[in-house]
Design a protein around this ligand. Structure first.
Ligand SMILES: Cc1cc2nc3c(=O)[nH]c(=O)nc-3n(C[C@H](O)[C@H](O)[C@H](O)COP(=O)(O)OP(=O)(O)OC[C@H]3O[C@@H](n4cnc5c(N)ncnc54)[C@H](O)[C@@H]3O)c2cc1C
Length: 394
């Protein structure tokens, strides 16, 4: 990203920069210069400033001075005045890293009326919350958020920046990485610190889930990663003895968004959200026909759970993608996962193998799903599932 910033403590208010600006992009207010949205980052003002009060950051692929960066920062995703459930997991990952780095944990919190969320972040063990609380950030708009997060990271210089591998995290963090020219490892399932180099080791499945790749970002900062939802252990709340502080960032200009939110439509689903569900019954190609998902729905209703599916069932158009479990679908972590007519391909296992109890129903005794199942029923699902529904209902 190319960004420009006025260092207010150095700005004398001399106004030289206003004279050379061809875009009317600078305002003089109370003897300090502020940049407005007309700025094209041409750099003319930087050249004339005699006080080195204007800093410009240009794209460069040269390595950075990585020693200037310190600490772990997390992105505090939230909606409807609640932190997203992935946030304690990201903080949990940060707290694990802190054990080896011994540096502070910060959080970036952007929104309107978000102070209670800042306090909640501190209760999870965050040392410092960098907050912009403004009426101009009501709805989530990627462009504004990416710009603000990039500016905060450039100013505060954390060495690690983590977000959730959610729809928002997957959309925001790549934009931020592109703006600040750092790397990003998406959807990590493990994060550790290399004992010698102190680099962040970012591990995620690669090549169709056949290998686990560990990635290092050696020359750029911050080292950025998104954390797969439901994989890392959520941070527990810390005791009252923990002293975190809220730092309100007032001098970062909020850009105008090019996005207009017309309406927010909540996904209509009769069953509970898959990622949050305690019980999941999933169906695969073994169901043979879309209408047979009725069986899966009956069983999931009987145990008060959600309906999942393999990719084969989704690709066949039997059930919407939002139900897909696996590497390219949702990662789930229920108390009980019942797989019906699912072979147990590695890409499916990647999304459900951390379930507490896995029950597999499959007619093929050699199906790989039985390798991860705690309970296996070798049999015809068209007989087994109705019998289970009958017995559970009784
Ligand atoms: C890059 C990549 C990403 C992928 N991502 C995902 C993903 O996110 N999620 C995912 O699920 N897959 C994913 N896949 C696809 C994956 O490799 C498998 O093809 C898919 O999981 C197979 O689905 P299935 O188990 O339903 O079908 P199959 O492998 O065809 O298995 C059907 C099973 O049903 C059993 N069966 C048949 N009849 C009966 C019966 N009457 N009673 C009981 N059992 C019966 C069979 O014995 C068989 O084991 C991905 C693949 C790639 C290459």
């Amino acid at each position: 990203m190319e960004t420009i910033k006025i260092l207010l403590d150095k700005c004398s208010g001399c106004g030289l920069c206003l004279k050379v600006c061809a875009y009317d992009a600078l305002d003089l207010v109370d003897k300090k210069v502020y940049i407005n949205e007309r700025c094209t980052i041409c750099g003319a003002c930087v050249d004339v400033c005699k006080f080195d009060a204007i800093e410009i950051y240009r794209r460069s692929f040269k390595g950075q001075d990585v020693s200037a960066y310190s600490g772990i920062c997390v992105y505090a995703e939230h909606r409807k005045n609640k932190l997203s459930s992935v946030v304690p997991e990201v903080i949990g990952a940060a707290r694990e890293l802190k054990k080896d780095l011994d540096k502070t944990i910060s959080a970036i919190l952007l929104g309107s009326g978000v102070k209670p969320l800042a306090e909640e972040l501190i209760s999870y063990g965050v040392d410092e919350v960098w907050m912009i609380d403004s009426l101009e950030i009501v709805d989530f708009a990627e462009d504004i958020q990416a710009d603000l997060v990039a500016r905060i990271l450039m100013e505060k210089k954390p060495e690690i920046f983590l977000g959730g591998g959610t729809i928002i995290g997957r959309s925001l963090l790549p934009r931020v990485a592109a703006k600040i020219l750092s790397g990003l490892t998406a959807d990590c399932t493990e994060l550790t610190i290399d004992t010698e180099s102190k680099f962040l080791k970012q591990t995620r499945p690669a090549f169709g889930g056949n290998i686990m790749a560990t990635i290092l970002c050696q020359n750029h900062r911050p080292q950025m990663a998104t954390v797969r939802h439901k994989v890392m252990k959520a941070a527990e709340k810390v005791g009252a003895g923990h002293n975190g502080k809220i730092v309100e960032l007032h001098d970062i200009p909020i850009p105008h968004s090019k996005i207009e939110v017309l309406e927010f439509v909540e996904e209509q689903t009769e069953t509970v959200n898959l990622a949050e569900a305690d019980f999941i019954v999933s169906g695969g190609r073994g169901l043979k026909d879309p209408k047979n998902f009725d069986l899966i729905e009956k069983l999931s209703k009987a145990i008060g759970g959600a309906v999942g599916a393999s990719r084969a069932a989704v690709d066949a158009g039997w059930i919407p993608y939002s139900h897909q479990v696996g590497q390219t679908g949702k990662t789930v972590n229920p108390t009980i996962y019942i797989a019906c007519g699912i072979s147990g391909a590695i890409q499916h296992l990647a999304g459900m193998k951390s379930s507490d109890i896995i029950v597999a129903i499959n007619s093929d005794a050699n199906a790989p799903i039985f390798d991860v199942a705690h309970y296996g029923i070798v049999g015809n699902l068209f007989e087994v599932v109705p019998e289970l529904v009958k017995q559970i209902t009784e």
